[in-house]
Design a protein around this ligand. Sequence first.
Ligand SMILES: Cc1ncc(COP(=O)(O)O)c(C=O)c1O
Length: 399
Amino acid sequence: MPLHLSRRLDAVAPSATLAMNTRALKLREQGHKVYAFAVGEPDYPTPAFITEAAYEAAKRGATKYTPVSGTPAMRKAVCEATARYRGWAPTPEMVTVSVGAKAALFHLAMALYEPGDEVVIPAPYWVSYPEQVRMMGATPVIAETREEDGWQLRPETLEAVLTPQTKAVLMCTPSNPTGGAYTEERLKELAEVLGRHDCWVIVDEIYGDLTYDGFQHRSMAVVAPDLRDRLVVVDGVSKSFAMTGWRIGWTVAPPRLARALDTIQGQSTSNAAAICQAAAVAALLGSRDELEAMRQAFARRRRRMVEGLNRLPGVRCRMPEGAFYAFADFRQNIGKRAGDQAIENDDQLAMYLLDHAHAVTVGGGAFGAPGYLRLSYAVSDDDIDQGLAAIGEALKRLT
Ligand SMILES: Cc1ncc(COP(=O)(O)O)c(C=O)c1O
């Protein structure tokens, strides 16, 4: 008899993209060109001045443990950057620096959720949100949003799902996977509803620097200062500064919760890597020229990707406000056949497109939006053009 694994695993789905990635890797090993539309990271290198700051820090001896919640310089840099670019001024005691925003969210889940708790998550959602809730034995409550609302949660939908068991509402703007972002007006409407209910409000702003066509990202902390005593902002350098491998994210939370996060982090990862924190300080306080160049490239590619998707048979895609994902409606292609193979859902369609167009996409089911596919446009113009052409050919073969 094999030894038992924890029952916790029964409630958790493995990462949806792993099987696809393994298959994509195999295709690549066989010498095929594979279009990597599933990636969740910029295709740019980390700006050189940031890497240089890490190198200098290492030479200066930043090679030891730091305080659990982060170095004083890093916590201060988060506050300064929040004031400069997000329009409100938290204090360092509110900041907990973690091994990426994912660990920040996980520690938050440990600190807040327990069996019997409900956590409201608007769908489509980032895959880890409901899984982390389930890992704590709590219940994710999915609140539907509509594409015609720009994927923004309606206040009446929020009102309808809040109960006395609601421990937190967990939002993301701009969103992974939809790229939809909340307007100030909608945030105000939601804040009004939240003001009447006793629950934590968590907003993941990791894509906050990546918005396009003049759309201004707005922080709930600015729009609804009344909520600040129960508001948690999740953020990080991974996406904006092309620093996914450095693993630096953080939470800004009321001091009582920040102290709880320090306790939990102190018994799990301890501090984020000292050298990486030094790099993140440079990123947060340094020039944003390279970020701006990257943002402008994403803005161009977004148009190319979305316009290209809308030319494909049976595909419809809304122009997103932010992040670097196109979230396209492929429902007209589902229920079709490829020879004797039936395409019954988005995962099967994604697998078909991998095998026949060598394009890696992510099925919307994993994000709570069956029939959609997420395509990252953090890839080259050529990959967008050629990858979409290959997808178009593969779709034409469906009957
Ligand atoms: C919405 C969202 N939040 C958090 C994260 C995690 O970021 P990090 O790489 O800093 O852990 C991601 C990464 O994909 C994300 O898309």
